[in-house]
Design a binder for this molecule. Structure first.
Ligand code: DC
Length: 231
């Protein structure tokens, strides 16, 4: 069962502010929060840990067939475990960031993780879950009552990412980010909104303004659902 009505679907590229905004929105509404990118990262970690390369699709498929992922939906518990190993910090490693596109590129793997996401949302006790990723509005939950594409100009995204990584060189961060976007967007299009998806452009918005903009979209969607239907 998809239970699409429980999804608040938010897609967008790296550095759009997606994760921090989604988390803040979930806290505000007492909803769950699911970072699907973390699951792809955990799978990439799992492949590397097994001594394989994520460019090897067969190795990726094999790692995915035995992928004991544990992820909480609590916006204040960001821990990710693979087979009991806490990989929360390890999955943010540049080594994993560089390898994760290889995992995200394998279609069977996407089908498999999407089922994990749908099950987690359906089985959760939360009334709704803010699910963020790249293909949540289009593939994972196209029937979700709220579907948002959070964007920002490329230079703003690169600057935000550079600010998150201590001591990193902004130009190198920008280059790595654009390389990953180019590779990832050839698999799923998260740079253009699908029909029915509301765009929130955070280029000129600060953190609080972005949260408010997303909350306003959610409120509008729920108000529209309550409106009596005519005809
Ligand atoms: O959001 P992030 O940078 O943590 O995502 C990690 C990788 O996973 C990124 O390369 C894109 C991929 N991804 C995806 O293909 N589909 C999703 N729903 C989420 C992430």
């Amino acid at each position: 069962m998809t239970d699409a009505h429980k999804f608040i679907a938010i897609d967008g590229p790296a550095g759009s502010g997606k994760s921090s905004v989604s988390k803040a929105v979930a806290r505000r509404l007492d909803y769950g929060y699911l970072d699907t990118g973390a699951a792809y990262r955990a799978l990439a970690w799992h492949v590397l840990e097994g001594g394989a390369d994520t460019a090897d699709a067969e190795a990726v498929r094999s790692a995915a067939s035995d992928f004991p992922l544990s992820q909480q939906l609590d916006p204040d518990d960001r821990r990710v475990l693979v087979g009991g190993v806490d990989v929360t910090d390890a999955i943010r490693d540049p080594r994993v960031s560089a390898a994760v596109s290889g995992v995200a590129r394998v279609p069977e793997v996407r089908v498999q993780v999407n089922e994990i996401f749908r099950r987690m949302v359906a089985e959760s006790a939360y009334p709704a879950v803010v699910v963020e990723g790249r293909d949540i509005t289009t593939v994972v939950a196209p029937d979700a009552p709220v579907r948002i594409l959070l964007t920002a100009a490329p230079e703003v995204r690169a600057a935000r990412r550079a600010g998150e990584l201590e001591g990193s060189n902004a130009a190198a961060v920008a280059e790595a980010l654009h390389k990953r976007d180019a590779s990832d967007s050839s698999v799923v299009d998260f740079l253009n909104a699908a029909p029915g998806v509301t765009v929130v452009d955070s280029t000129h918005l600060d953190f609080t303004q972005t949260i408010d903009a997303v909350l306003a979209v959610i409120e509008r969607a729920f108000d529209a659902e309550k409106e009596p239907h005519h005809g």
